[in-house]
Write a protein that binds this ligand. Structure first.
Ligand code: CS2
Length: 483
């Protein structure tokens, strides 16, 4: 039997409120595990604490899988938190799930509905079509290009936002707040620039209305959430007594830092421990450079050293030492944040990475490097240089990524390169020497000018990459840790 109603759920696992007594106030685009472990779980706590019509309609942009799992369960799913002790509860904040590729009008109607006060988004960095250098939209991005051609039938994020905002404007309905929850620096600001730019191509008056009326608060989101496995589903079924195909597992820790700019109101997220501040950018830089930067480094180095999970990386003394070095280097590039000690933050990250209950694949984190490295490594490099900090850790991380895109199988079995620019990257790296790969990379569009022109940095990258392309990754890691 399948989970379809709270009546099937043991009392102790049910939400502390009656979901059916609360209306929908949020449309969320990007119905992945991270949303279910983070924004939906914290909104569940907020509704339990203070009520409100803040339930969420989940929209999956492309794949029908997430909606197929959640819709028959009326949005209900088990969230399992694995740590020193494991706990679980059924989340009631999602009221329904749809796939917009299957029925675009349904998602647009929900976004245009006056009851919708917030449209939140987790679609991963690559899905937006942002041109980060100019702060505009990327007209070569497939979804942006298609939606600019047919703005009345959008499929991508920018197209859907602009279409729904236009419908509201024409109907005299106030704008929803756009809440970007992806790992991008100053994400609200970036998305605002791209949305206005996109709208400007369709109707400059609409662009002006968006610039004046729409709030795009920036956010920092954090919760390590591996993809669900057969064990996740089996554990949920054992707890509930019925099958839950949307069960999700995550770590106990979470953090959400948001700019408090919600003209139409918002859930009482403070009750769930959310931090509201004007200084999201600093929190975001800390998280991107420390957590995500070291994650990328350990994913590439760890994957090629045969470490399947992050916890295996942390059990390897040499690799764990390089993780600590990366965290310390990244911390030194950051501005001070009142009330935050980056050394404590680094210690806490190491504990989280070590969590033996979380099976977070290095191969999963290794995905989409060309979308991630700019804000995780290259932006930190510029600040490190201006402070005279030794950048070896960043050179090592970059070399490990380039080794990954090289596709070399001298020390491993063949593997897939998963990146939106996979073809371009393989073209610049396949069968090439370290010197050639680095020369190509310095010209890549996603490497900022400051990083591209740092000769000393690339010399160090070349030296490390040369070793990584000829020796086993484990040997290179041992040597690096012994330096
Ligand atoms: C990871 C993130 O896959 C990745 O690139 O670095 O998903 C990371 O687990 C989250 O940002 C943690 O909040």
């Amino acid at each position: 039997m399948r989970l379809t109603s709270l009546d099937q759920v043991p009392q102790s696992l049910r939400p502390a409120y009656d979901p059916s007594a609360h209306g929908v106030g949020i449309v969320h685009i990007g119905l992945g595990a991270f949303h279910k472990a983070h924004q939906a779980a914290l909104t569940d706590l907020a509704i339990a604490a203070s009520g409100g019509d803040w339930r969420i309609l989940g929209v999956s942009l492309r794949s029908p899988k997430a909606a197929d799992e959640l819709a028959p369960q009326h949005g209900l799913y088990t969230l399992i938190e694995r740590g020193t002790s494991t706990s679980a509860r059924v989340i009631g904040s999602i009221c329904g799930a749809i796939c917009s590729a299957e029925d675009p009008a349904l998602a647009l109607d929900a976004m245009a509905n006056p009851a919708t006060k917030i449209v939140s988004i987790t679609v991963t960095e690559k899905a937006y079509g942002l041109d980060r250098a100019s702060g505009r939209c990327d007209r070569n991005h497939p979804a942006v290009a298609a939606d600019l051609k047919s703005p009345h039938k959008p499929h991508g994020v920018l197209g859907m936002l602009v279409r729904a905002l236009d419908t509201r404007r024409q109907a005299g309905i106030s704008s929803f707040t756009v809440l970007c929850c992806d790992n991008l620096p100053d994400n609200g600001h970036l998305l605002r620039g791209a949305t206005i730019d996109f709208a400007n191509d369709i109707d400059p008056e609409l662009a002006g209305w968006i610039a004046e009326k729409v709030a795009f608060p920036s956010t920092m989101v954090d919760r390590i959430t591996p993809a669900a496995t057969a064990k996740t589903l089996a554990d949920a079924e054992a707890l509930l007594g019925v099958a839950d195909l949307a069960a999700t597992e995550t770590e106990p820790f979470y953090q959400w830092v948001i700019e408090d700019n919600f003209p139409l109101g918002r859930p009482d997220w403070e009750a769930a421990g959310v931090i509201f501040t004007d200084n999201v950018v600093a929190f975001e830089a800390m998280k991107l450079r420390m957590l995500n930067g070291s994650h990328s480094m350990l994913a590439y180095a760890g994957f090629h050293a045969g470490r399947t999970y992050v916890r295996d990386v942390m059990a390897d003394t040499a690799l764990a030492k390089l993780v600590r070095r990366h965290l310390d280097t990244a911390a030194a590039t950051l501005p001070l944040i009142e009330g935050i000690d980056t050394a404590d933050y680094a210690d806490a990250l190491i504990e989280r990475f070590r969590n033996p209950e979380i099976a977070h694949q290095t191969f999963q984190i290794a995905m989409d490097g060309s979308e991630k490295l700019p804000q995780r490594i290259f932006s930190a490099l510029a600040d490190a240089r201006s402070r005279g900090i030794d950048c070896r850790a960043f050179a090592f991380a970059t070399a490990a990524w380039l080794r990954h895109i090289s596709g070399s199988t001298h020390d491993c079995d063949p593997y897939e390169l998963r990146d939106p620019r996979a073809a371009e990257l393989s073209e610049m790296a396949d069968g090439k020497s370290a010197v050639e790969i680095v020369a190509h990379m310095r010209k890549a569009s996603f490497v900022s000018e400051t990083a591209a022109t740092d000769d000393a940095f690339w010399a160090e990258v070349t030296e490390i990459l040369t070793a990584m392309l000829t020796e086993p990754m484990t040997t290179v890691i041992e040597a690096e840790a012994a330096r």
